[in-house]
Design a protein around this ligand. Structure first.
Ligand code: SF4
Length: 279
């Protein structure tokens, strides 16, 4: 899978999500550094707040294309795309890859978390508009929290119905235990596979993903996660075969839930996983 250079564009946003983590992110790459880099950077992810609200977003994309970027992806809540002319402008500037955040499968569930009435309808209209664009790639990002984990399967079905090319289930709430959420995650993976849709998880460690390891985004994207978190291992991890490639557990998660998992002593997939991880 292609690795993307992530450029943080600030935290201006039109949603007020309960579990917003944008404000905790420390920028990884600065736009000017990337534009002035002598190295040709081909794959770029624009994220942080809602990038499409920036008045200079088209200029940013055009300049990145000029500096050699071949693939520019935007992480967005999709609301600005509900106006098809905004979408056409982004595509004309050179952006064909979109990662859309979805918090709920219906207006009540979604808007309760975004805390903006009408946000679900705009996101859905944006998705609808995207279906008319040729050669685009649409990934759905479903951030999982206490308020929406029982709705994951319906969000996955909704994403499949919109023809999503990929679905990412990202554990984003340190108060939500893996034990509680995993049955919903595994069901969602099976639904997705049954519908031949690519699905990945994020922020779940190897020790809780037994049998589903190949769906872990970290295997393809590497240890560096999109969002900075205070990552910890505990003494049990020292004997785990995945320790060197595992991203560890968010320390706030451990404070809330304890270290409820056991180290992995053997796995028939280990060599394949390490090979993928190191490639
Ligand atoms: S290193 Fe620790 S957190 Fe990571 S998979 Fe092993 S036991 Fe789990």
């Amino acid at each position: 899978m292609l690795k993307y250079h992530k450029i943080y564009l600030g935290n201006l946003c039109n949603n007020k999500c309960i579990h917003c983590i944008s404000k905790n992110i420390s920028p990884k790459y600065n736009l000017d550094t990337v534009l002035n880099s002598s190295e040709k950077i081909e794959n770029i992810l624009l994220y942080g707040g809602e990038p499409t609200l920036r008045t200079d977003i088209l200029l940013i994309i055009q300049n990145l294309v000029k500096s050699g970027a071949k693939r520019i992806k935007i992480l967005t809540n999709g609301r600005v795309l509900s106006d098809i002319n905004n979408l056409y402008r982004l595509v004309d500037a050179g952006c064909f890859l979109f990662e859309i955040k979805l918090w709920g499968s219906n207006p009540i569930a979604h808007d309760k978390i975004t805390r903006v009435s009408g946000s679900f309808h705009e996101t859905i209209n944006g998705l609808n508009n995207l279906t008319s664009i040729q050669d685009k790639f649409v990934a759905m990002r479903i951030p999982i929290c206490r308020d929406n984990y029982r709705d994951i399967q319906d969000m996955v079905i909704l994403s499949i119905n919109f023809g999503a090319n990929r679905i990412i289930l990202s554990h984003n709430d340190p108060k939500l235990s893996f034990k509680e959420v995993l049955p919903f995650v595994f069901n969602s993976i099976n639904i997705s596979l049954f519908n031949r849709t690519w699905i990945l998880t994020e922020n779940f460690p190897f020790c809780v993903m037994k049998g589903f390891e190949k769906h872990m985004n970290e295997i393809y994207e590497g240890k560096a996660l999109l969002f900075d978190t205070n990552i910890k291992y505990n003494e049990k991890c020292s004997v785990c075969i995945f320790k060197t490639i595992c991203s560890g557990i968010n320390s706030e998660y451990i404070r809330n839930n304890g270290m409820e998992f056991l180290p992995v002593i053997e796995s028939k997939y280990f060599d394949d996983i390490r090979r993928l991880y190191e490639s």
